[in-house]
Design a protein around this ligand. Structure first.
Ligand SMILES: Nc1ncnc2c1ncn2[C@@H]1O[C@H](COP(=O)(O)OP(=O)(O)OP(=O)(O)O)[C@@H](O)[C@H]1O
Ligand SMILES: [Mg+2]
Length: 233
């Protein structure tokens, strides 16, 4: 598996560029963390990869096959999973119904729920619970489980630890590490350095809609100044 973004540019209105000239590569089982201040375009980058932005230029390739320009359901079907910021569950629906919605895009293929429950055993006991009544951490688990139903080859996670307590942050890190060991790649927006240190292979610092620096995890200790600069207001 090889995932490649080439010179991606996207904006919310014609002629405006919220992100520009973004190029990244992710190998199989690798985790790339995106860091940057509020409003620098991290969420926009994930949306552009997913085909959710109307004004986009540049290309996205999965295993050499161009997926940019395809409708979002075909991008998801090609193996790109997406867990949006703020989880975006169907809060009126039960846990089971949320998983079924996640799975419905795979119309003709069976969904391996057992694999999902192996990673998220607690959800199995709560299948009938209305998802809006789950705790924040449980909702994040459900959002990730729902994305996993599509059997993605690469998963885009937008601030999965936002608002979670340390124990839940570790649970999310554990999930990401399990994905990596299964050969799934991850692109994760993450502001918490403790989380980044637990899972990242490489780190991209974003500013002003573009990637200003890419670091390997080994370079992290010597790059703290650049990181604090990228995160400070
Ligand atoms: N739907 C939208 N329509 C117009 N502008 C938008 C829309 N969504 C985001 N923007 C703008 O695009 C810019 C980048 O937003 P984006 O959500 O990508 O930032 P972010 O890096 O994810 O920030 P945060 O850390 O707060 O989540 C911001 O200036 C934002 O106001
Ligand atoms: Mg965001």
């Amino acid at each position: 598996m090889k995932f490649r973004v080439e010179n991606l540019t996207a904006g919310y209105t014609l002629g405006s560029q919220t992100i520009h000239g973004i190029s990244i590569e992710v190998d199989q089982g690798e985790t790339l963390c995106l860091l940057g201040r509020n409003g620098v375009g991290k969420t926009t980058l994930l949306k552009a990869i997913m085909g959710l932005m109307t004004h986009t230029e540049g290309s996205v390739y999965l295993d050499g096959e161009k997926i940019s320009g395809l409708p979002v359901e075909r991008i998801a079907g090609a193996g790109i999973g997406y867990v949006p910021q703020g989880r975006r569950l169907f809060s009126e629906l039960t846990v089971q119904e949320n998983l079924e919605v996640g799975a419905c895009i795979r119309r003709h293929q069976r969904v391996d729920y057992e694999r999902v429950f192996e990673l998220f055993p607690k959800l199995k006991d709560r299948l009938g619970q209305v998802s809006g009544t789950l705790s924040g951490g449980e909702q994040q688990m459900l959002a990730m489980a729902r994305a996993l139903c599509l059997d993605p080859r690469i998963l885009l996670l937008d601030e999965p630890t936002e608002g979670l307590m340390p124990a839940m942050v570790r649970a999310v890190a554990e999930f990401v590490r399990q994905l990596m060991s299964m050969g799934v790649s991850v692109i994760m927006v993450e502001q918490r350095l403790d989380m980044v240190k637990m899972v990242a292979d490489r780190i991209c610092l974003m500013d002003g809609g573009t990637i200003v620096k890419t670091l390997s995890i080994e370079e992290l200790p010597s790059s703290m100044e650049a990181i604090h600069r990228a995160l400070s207001v």
